[in-house]
Write a protein that binds this ligand. Structure first.
Ligand SMILES: Nc1ncnc2c1ncn2[C@@H]1O[C@H](COP(=O)(O)OP(=O)(O)O)[C@@H](O)[C@H]1O
Ligand SMILES: [Mg+2]
Length: 256
């Protein structure tokens, strides 16, 4: 069974950036094959990885509601289309969810999606799901057990409070989460004592462990503005050294 890694956290706090940096890490450690799922309606993980997107799962779900080619069952059609939508790169594949469903009922289409995802998932060692703020795509894809949930936060009191709330709703959403890691992103250095206090409090009061604190990175700002791939960031850069240390400690049990 693949290990499922999911991102959560309010918009702009670094979920997609973390997904891209984690992809780089897992590729480098040869912890592959790896499936990336971009579950943000405004898909942009591909841009951070230098990959172009064609067919999305949203489009497939719409097609599944219409006329199918003759002599093809819905599950055959779904499987064929998902394989068309799968973008195959070196060491990882990427699937993009795309726009949310239009009006009407997509229950049947979602059921086929969940079934096909189950089959597809078995081919991978890790699956990374880059969510938007909510986590509803996880159940849609039938991913109910999350091995690692990364909850990203900005370095503010309200950001940390939101992270706590996200941590609290995983139970009611019916998700089983094995490890929850708080990542406080774009933190000023040194970390202000008041912020450290909020972080300590959040960790003490929830199931979250402190995954790490990531400073604002000039390298990431430059990477974003130039449109370069995160996969090309050098081992010697500050941001890669920081996240490598964080991921090493989180994934240590997997490499034993
Ligand atoms: N540590 C960091 N230093 C500098 N810029 C960052 C850092 N983390 C994220 N960013 C930038 O912040 C913006 C939002 O990050 P993103 O990963 O897209 O957030 P989310 O996916 O949670 O909406 C992006 O432009 C990204 O390049
Ligand atoms: Mg994002």
């Amino acid at each position: 069974m693949p290990k499922v890694i999911a991102m959560a956290g309010k918009g702009g706090t670094g979920k997609t950036t973390t997904s891209a940096l984690l992809t780089r890490y897992l590729l480098q450690k040869k912890m592959t094959p790896l499936l990336l799922v971009d579950a943000d309606a405004n898909a942009n993980l591909n841009e951070l990885l230098g990959v172009k997107v064609g067919l999305t799962l949203g489009k497939i779900r719409k097609e599944l509601k219409g006329e199918l080619p003759p002599n093809m069952s819905r599950d055959q059609f779904m499987e064929l289309k998902i394989h068309q939508a799968l973008i195959e790169e070196h060491g990882f594949d990427l699937l993009v969810m795309g726009q949310p469903d239009g009006p009407g009922c997509y229950c049947a289409a979602n059921q086929y999606l969940a079934m096909t995802m189950d089959k597809l998932a078995a081919n991978y060692r890790y699956i990374i799901v880059d969510n938007e703020a909510g986590m509803e795509h996880l159940s849609r894809m039938n991913l109910r057990t999350i091995d690692y949930l990364f909850i990203t936060s900005d370095p503010s009191a309200r950001g940390i409070l939101t992270a706590k709330r996200i941590s609290d709703i995983t139970g009611p959403l019916g998700l089983t989460v094995k490890h929850q890691c708080l990542l406080v992103n774009r933190a000023p250095q040194p970390v202000p004592a008041l912020l450290q206090g909020k972080i300590n409090e959040a960790v003490a009061e929830t199931g979250m462990a402190l995954g790490g604190i990531i400073p604002t990175s000039d390298e990431l700002i430059h990477q974003e503005l130039s449109g370069a791939s995160c996969l090309k960031l050098g081992d010697e850069t500050e941001i890669i050294r920081t996240v490598t240390a964080i991921f090493d400690s989180i994934f240590a049990p997997d490499t034993l």
